[in-house]
Design a protein around this ligand. Structure first.
Ligand SMILES: [Zn+2]
Ligand SMILES: [Zn+2]
Length: 261
């Protein structure tokens, strides 16, 4: 429609399209320069939870955390929570840069396609995408649900349905990023409840979130979903906190909160 075209042109003049991560002018929401700065995790990762392995570790190894046992069946992330990807998550989540949902969602689709039938995330066996739920108060404050928007982008590309109604956050928790280690486990315990259990019974699902830090939130969601009848719960996130041996781990989580204010 001509009027629509005109208003789009006018909008471009008033608000020229920019990279949503570095603000460089251009048509892409996540520009090529920012993309080059992303540390994609790739195949040299824990077979089970997808944490990057030290360069010297043998292929197909399982990390120390996973040897202690987890409730989820496998997890994968697109990249490390560092550099441009970390900035992208902060801007997406705390600064309302929702145009990033599409490029970040596309990164999740790349991970799913690369993993396909591998043990950590067997796409073909999964019935649905389940966004890690926000508490309704936080949803109202933020104005959008970051995990649900990511699910939408993945669903469009894969045809997997999004089940936003099978798990609810019944307690508003302190953001995990403000807590350390064991208190993260305590913080999310009992925070979620399953709904519409009949949908879950006998099904494998993929829980989707923006960041996986220690995995405590994902683990708690998986516990609740499995108790409700899901046979397997996989996790897919855009970023993953750098493991202790990685130089990016020196960046403290509290930086994120400061940038978020
Ligand atoms: Zn950029
Ligand atoms: Zn692991």
């Amino acid at each position: 429609m001509p009027t629509r075209g005109l208003s789009d042109e006018l909008l471009d003049l008033l608000f020229p399209p920019r990279c949503q991560v570095c603000d460089t002018l251009g048509g892409e929401a996540f520009c090529a320069t920012c993309r080059e700065d992303v540390e994609f995790i790739g195949a040299h990762a824990c077979l089970y939870c997808g944490a990057p392995l030290p360069p010297a570790a043998p292929a197909e190894a399982v990390c120390a955390d996973c040897r202690e046992g987890r409730w989820f069946s496998g997890a994968r992330a697109a990249g490390l929570h560092a550099g441009a990807l970390r900035r992208a998550i902060i801007r997406y989540k705390y600064h309302g840069r929702t145009r990033l949902a599409a490029p970040l969602g596309a990164m999740l689709v790349d991970v799913l396609r690369a993993e396909d039938e591998r043990r950590g995330l067997p796409l073909g066996q999964c019935a649905a995408l389940v966004p890690v739920p926000l508490h309704r108060d936080r949803r109202a404050w933020r104005g959008f649900d970051q995990a649900e928007m990511l699910c939408g982008a993945v669903s469009e590309a894969t045809g997997l349905p999004v089940w936003s109604d099978v798990i609810a956050r019944v307690r508003n928790t302190t953001p995990q990023v403000r807590l350390q280690g064991a208190s993260r486990l305590e913080n999310v315990r009992g925070a979620f409840e399953a709904r519409r259990r009949w949908k879950l019974r006998g099904r494998a699902v993929i829980v989707v979130d923006d960041v996986m830090t220690t995995g405590a939130t994902i683990n708690e969601c998986a516990t609740v979903l499995r108790a409700a009848g899901a046979v397997a719960v996989y996790a897919l996130t855009v970023t993953r906190a750098a493991p202790g041996w990685h130089p990016a781990a020196l960046l403290s989580d509290t930086d994120d909160e400061q940038e978020a204010i």
